[in-house]
Ligand binder design. Structure first.
Ligand SMILES: Cc1ncc(COP(=O)(O)O)c(C=O)c1O
Length: 428
């Protein structure tokens, strides 16, 4: 029993690089060697086999895969086993082996993110990570200014506004240009940095959940740094949907999750703080333990779903086996397919630009002139009720509401073509 506790949980995790779940024969097929991501992206035979490795209900055609990701079957199986194990072992595993197992999982996660394990702490989701960073950012003084944009995530915006009461600062909201271009976005932030001399902190959302727009975070972060301004990056939608590692963002503070695009079970987020900046984020309320100077004290959740955290190595090994560049190229290819069908229709507005560095799989659209929340709720309802296509209406952009379409790796070409046909018919 003593030995088996180690073998069953950490043992599996530690050998996850060799992917023990693969032996059970249910994983996606390895990507064919020698094909570039952009050449593999349209290889329906390969992606049909990948799709078969997901257990997905197809009562409707699921095109809202930005809320969270369906994990692969073998990941879910590993999760169920670990949940069983943690439940059966109860406190014995948690008190005696959890710390070592956590270090192992943190190590694999840090490798994937391109950072060090002592720079990350697990949270339950990206929201909690962003709250820890925004709420804990300790360099603000009354009268300072903090900046966010209409494109940011609602709960992160709420946290930026909350700083007014908590820290006595002035939150400033900017509207990102629509249609967007790299230079227009960079100019917008450069202008803000000139215009508001008391800015201390900017919230940047790498891939926005309202339209799917990807902004040039590293350029903006460098502009900000040159003026002594920090950025907190929301990478909840971008990490795993786009091929990058955290140092590419040139930001000292990042919040993300592993349950959208890396394929972990629901309930795993990460807060990253560059090692020499840890003291700039205050310890979380209620953080206990000796080391309040370390990263672990920057978020504190008490008892949580440890089985989900312990399944992360299995998710990571499949994520890297398929290859994040291949995933990113496939998702972008599916987006391009439906946008290619409807994008030239003068009645339809596509909310991501044609610059391939400024979108990934997720993209929103609206029917020209139909900008209210009610218009877009009705549009998403018609897509569902008349065509069986499940999308999601989004509000909050200054240009108006829209409908968001997000394919996943189990989405087929036919799914997105059906969407394009439905959108064209409804735009008439
Ligand atoms: C841009 C963005 N930020 C943050 C979040 C929150 O992520 P989580 O569900 O992990 O809290 C989301 C979720 O949809 C998001 O789209």
């Amino acid at each position: 029993m003593h030995g088996s506790a180690r073998e069953t949980l950490a043992g599996r995790a530690s050998s996850a690089a060799g992917n023990p779940e693969r032996m059970l024969g249910e994983g996606p097929p390895p990507a064919p060697a020698g094909l570039k991501p952009e050449d593999l992206a349209g290889n329906s035979a390969y992606w049909t086999r990948v799709a078969a490795a997901y257990a997905v209900d197809r009562d409707v055609i699921p095109l809202d895969n930005g809320n969270w990701g369906v994990p692969l079957r073998p990941v879910m199986r590993a999760y169920h086993k670990k949940l069983d194990f943690v439940s059966k072992q109860n406190s014995y595993w948690q008190r005696r082996f959890f710390r070592d197992d956590l270090q192992l999982v943190l190590g694999k996660t840090a490798d994937l993110l391109g950072v060090s394990p002592d720079e990350i702490v697990f949270t339950r989701n990206a929201t909690e990570a962003l709250h820890a960073l925004i709420g804990g950012y300790g360099r603000l003084r009354p009268g300072d200014q903090v900046v966010y944009a209409d494109h940011d995530y609602d709960s992160a915006i709420a946290a930026m506004k909350w700083l007014r009461h908590r820290r006595g600062v002035e939150p400033v909201c900017i509207h990102l240009p629509e249609p967007a271009s790299r230079s227009a976005i960079i100019d917008a932030y450069a202008k803000v940095l000139e215009q508001y001399p008391r800015i201390r902190l900017i919230l940047l959302t790498h891939l926005g959940h309202r339209s799917g727009l990807v902004i040039p975070v590293s350029e903006i972060a460098q502009l900000a740094r040159a003026k002594g301004v920090d950025v907190i990056v929301d990478a909840a939608q971008s990490f795993g949907q786009i091929d990058f590692t955290l140092p590419d963002l040139k930001a000292d503070f990042v919040g993300l999750n592993l349950h959208k695009w890396v394929g972990a079970p629901l309930g795993v987020g990460v807060a990253y703080i560059r090692r020499d900046r840890i003291e700039d984020i205050e310890p979380a309320i209620g953080a206990t333990g000796a080391d309040v100077s370390g990263i672990a004290a920057r978020s504190y959740s008490g008892a949580i779903d440890w089985a989900a955290q312990m399944t992360v190595p299995t998710a990571i090994s499949f994520h890297t086996e398929i290859g994040v560049a291949n995933k990113a190229a496939r998702l972008q290819y599916l987006r391009d397919l439906w946008v290619g069908e409807v994008g030239s229709n003068p009645g339809i507005e596509i909310l991501t630009p044609s610059d391939r560095s400024m979108y990934a799989g997720m993209t929103s659209f609206r029917i020209k002139g139909r900008t209210t929340s009610a218009n877009n709720l009705a549009l998403a309802e018609r897509l569902l009720n008349e065509y069986g296509l499940f999308t999601v209406p989004r509000t909050g952009l200054v240009g108006g509401a829209c409908v968001r379409v997000t394919p996943a790796l189990f989405t087929s070409e036919d799914d997105v073509i059906q969407l394009a046909n439905a959108v064209s018919a409804l735009a008439q």
